[in-house]
Design a protein. Structure first.
Ligand code: ADP
Ligand code: MG
Length: 729
């Protein structure tokens, strides 16, 4: 082991868990300690203001500027009691992180002194010079004004000395420049469309909420080892590294005992998450070594998205306090599983019904099937878009590999639900029509038997699986902002439910009884969306061919997949639901392509540097040693014997020469290919050039580096190896 490597490995090996002091109270007592939740609103706001604010939050009433000052005053008082000195508008630009600009609570008091000030105006809206955030050309830098505006549906919270105000981020001209603004619009659209459809069954439903329960997977790596791997540090993944002899073959990590240093980190993270009102619940080891998962109880979608963004930054911070770095990249290590973020999604009413859960009566089940089938239809019609919504340069490594959902969107329903749908599809129209006409909603619909959905009926290869009372969108990447997937999914379902209602209403107007009209359209949809249903092995070769025959989107190139955002049916979908317009979609795609290009570009540069500064010099140094040895052998043995004895070393010398020659040549070629690609002005074409010409070179170069790692004397190898990165606690 090289000295550097030995030192970091040695240190990592001996690190003790950081002691985490548990709060004296129980979680129920410190939950939401740093959140301006209802309890605090009630305490710190005049009762009239409280009532108005609750109306804004619950019913989307307009935020009256006159109450904003009062709200700000109450917030400030609460925050200052916690020692807070600054506030920030916290928003989600089109990078995968969050952004904040901190301002102090101070203003001149007019008498030469300062006073703590925080007005309603500052709470509600801020002008942000966001010219350096990605905007896809929506704003030119000389017209860089954008606004951040408070989202009252996500509560304000305190981190350290700062009051964080969740906001949307929009251009001066109104286009959204973030994830939250379109998400809120998508949620509004699905609420409206779903309420309308609910009214076929329950007229008292006033609101439908989309729920999201994410499952965050991540890796932990010792900080010292991480620092000795420039590729991890700069790109979030290892660009080289031979597989360890032992990795996940034995599956001994999954659900295994959590190592003490990691357990301390988790405990710390959970306490701080709970204090921030994030209802974390589940933790366990994942399949790969050093891989873990964290999941909260599901929440309203917008809040769940904010909480996921918050927890990712919390994880980064807390990991460092424990001498770790958290890796949120979808594929930090080759040859072992990557990380995803399953998005458990469902719809529920203000009357307490989970619309994706089967009920007891046949009418409840008809409602359930209505929502399931419409969801399937939406996923079918927009399967390409859904794939685009989860696609990124980093997630591309995970999709299509034999561990994560394949790069084709399909849906697994399980045997029972499949049977119900098949049964409904087969029964005759006349029978159903007459049933519907004779009796009303109370009627027993024989096509829909009592449903007992078995939760254990699972298929791990399905990207969009039904799991008992929800759908699980599994293709989402660990690093992603869930909002991207949630915008696409909720909008698609909103559009679909609207179309469904139109068709049903038309039949009813023509005199068809309601139940029969519903069944009629549902049956049509069951037939139409059949291609999206797939219960088999999503990794298999046959499925790729079958999916292509079915007309599902089978594209695998990330930049080309983004084209789905600009297809006419996508634009129609986003515009008809008022979620985004063509201009916004175009701008956002420019950002996606640009981000893709930059990520590959950075990886290519980092790999080039590492190769020339670390790999090749070390390999050549070792090679020289061997050459030296061969010469010396000649001086002590007769020529023939020396030749025989040195044969092995000579072979290694040759192999090193071949590998290094190949590597150097490829690195040069890669630089040239980058030069060519960089001249392309169109973002899409540039991204495609990076995908087609440069990305494959990274793998080719890596192959030879990994071979060298096996050959070169371990004592000389400077970069921590997989076996050290992955197995040290
Ligand atoms: P798994 O067995 O799939 O790993 P987990 O317990 O890790 O399950 O995570 C399941 C997630 O799904 C949790 O966040 C849970 O709260 C969430 N969930 C459960 N029911 C629903 C629902 N109806 N809608 C949305 N999310 C749900
Ligand atoms: Mg889980």
């Amino acid at each position: 082991m090289s000295k550097l490597r030995f030192n970091v490995v040695e240190q990592a090996f001996h690190k003790k868990p950081v002691e985490v002091v548990s709060p004296e109270k129980r979680p129920s007592e410190y939950f939401g300690k740093y959140v301006f939740n209802r309890e605090k609103m009630f305490k710190y706001l005049p009762s009239k203001v409280y009532a108005k604010l609750v109306d804004v939050i619950d019913n989307g009433a307009n935020l009256d500027r006159s109450i904003a000052d009062e709200v700000a005053k109450g917030m400030k008082k609460w925050a200052m009691e916690l020692g807070v000195t600054h506030y920030t508008h916290w928003f989600q630009p089109l990078t995968e992180g969050t952004a904040e600009k901190h301002d102090a609570f101070v203003e001149h008091d007019g008498k030469g002194g300062m006073l703590e000030e925080f007005s309603g105006k500052l709470l509600v809206q801020q002008e942000a010079d966001g010219s350096s955030f990605p905007n896809g050309g929506v704003r030119n830098t000389f017209e860089a004004r954008g606004y951040s505006a408070w989202d009252p549906s996500s509560p304000v919270f305190v981190v350290d000395d700062t009051l964080c105000i969740p906001t949307i981020f929009i251009a001066y001209t109104g286009e959204s420049l973030d994830y939250k603004a379109p998400l809120l619009k998508a949620l509004r659209a699905v609420n409206k469309a779903a309420v309308d459809v609910c009214h076929y069954f329950n007229t008292d439903v006033k609101k439908v909420v989309a729920y999201l329960g994410w499952e965050q997977e991540y890796f932990l790596v010792d900080e010292g080892l991480y620092a000795a791997r420039p590729d991890l540090l700069l790109t979030g993944r290892t660009l080289m590294g031979h597989e360890a002899s032992k990795n996940q073959q034995l599956e001994d990590h999954y659900f295994g005992a959590i190592p003490p240093r990691v357990a301390a980190f988790m405990k710390d993270l959970e306490i701080q998450a709970l204090e921030l009102g994030i209802p974390v619940k589940t933790r366990h080891n994942e399949v790969a070594p050093n891989q873990f998962e964290l999941a909260p109880i599901y929440e309203e979608c917008n809040l769940a998205v904010d909480h996921n963004m918050l927890i990712m930054s919390l994880m980064r911070k807390i990991a460092r306090n424990h001498g770790f770095r958290v890796l949120l990249h979808e594929k930090p290590f080759k040859g072992i599983n990557g990380s995803g973020k399953h998005n458990n999604w469902s719809l529920g009413t203000d009357t307490g019904i989970l619309l994706m859960a089967p009920g007891k009566t046949s009418e409840e089940n008809l409602r359930f099937i209505t929502f399931v089938v419409n969801t399937l239809m939406a996923v079918y019609r927009h399967n390409g878009l859904l794939k685009a919504s989860i696609m990124s340069a980093t997630n591309a490594h995970r999709l299509g590999a034999h561990e994560a959902p394949p790069a084709i969107i399909s849906s697994f329903l399980g045997t029972q639900l499949s049977k119900v749908l098949d049964h409904m599809e087969d029964s005759s129209t006349n029978e159903l029509a007459s049933l519907g006409s004779k009796q009303s909603m109370r009627l027993d619909i024989p096509q829909i038997p009592e449903l007992l959905i078995d939760n254990t009926d699972r298929n791990r290869t399905s990207p969009f699986a039904f799991t008992g009372n929800r759908f699980e969108f599994r293709a989402v990447g660990s690093e992603a902002n869930c909002a991207s997937a949630m915008i696409a999914l909720n909008t698609a379902v909103a559009e679909q439910l609207t179309l469904f209602k139109k068709e049903v209403d038309t039949l009813i107007e023509q005199g068809e009884p309601k139940i029969s009209a519903l069944i009629h359209v549902i049956r049509k949809y069951i037939k139409a969306c059949k291609p999206i249903r797939f219960d088999g092995n999503g990794y298999s070769e046959e499925w790729q061919q079958e999916a292509a025959r079915r007309g599902l989107d089978c594209e695998t190139s990330c930049p080309v997949i983004f084209d789905n955002y600009l297809k006419p049916e996508t634009i129609q979908m986003f515009e008809s639901t008022n979620v985004m317009n063509r201009k916004e979609l175009k701008a956002r795609n420019e950002v996606k392509w640009d981000t893709y290009t930059k990520k590959i570009q950075i990886e290519a540069r980092v790999l080039g540097d590492l190769v020339m500064n670390h790999i090749v010099p070390v390999a050549i140094e070792y090679q020289s040693k061997l050459v030296d040895n061969v010469y010396k052998m000649k001086s002590i043995f007769p020529e023939e014997e020396a030749k025989k004895l040195s044969a092995e070393n000579v072979a290694i010398i040759k192999r090193i020469a071949e590998h290094t020659a190949f590597i150097k040549e490829k690195v040069d070629a890669m630089v040239e290919a980058r030069k060519v690609a960089n001249k392309i002005t169109e973002e899409r074409e540039k991204a495609i050039a990076y995908h087609d010409n440069i990305e494959p070179m990274l793998e080719e170069i890596r192959y030879h580096i990994d071979k060298l790692e096996l050959i070169v004397d371990d004592q000389m190898w400077t970069l921590p190896k997989y076996r050290e990165l992955l197995f040290i606690r």
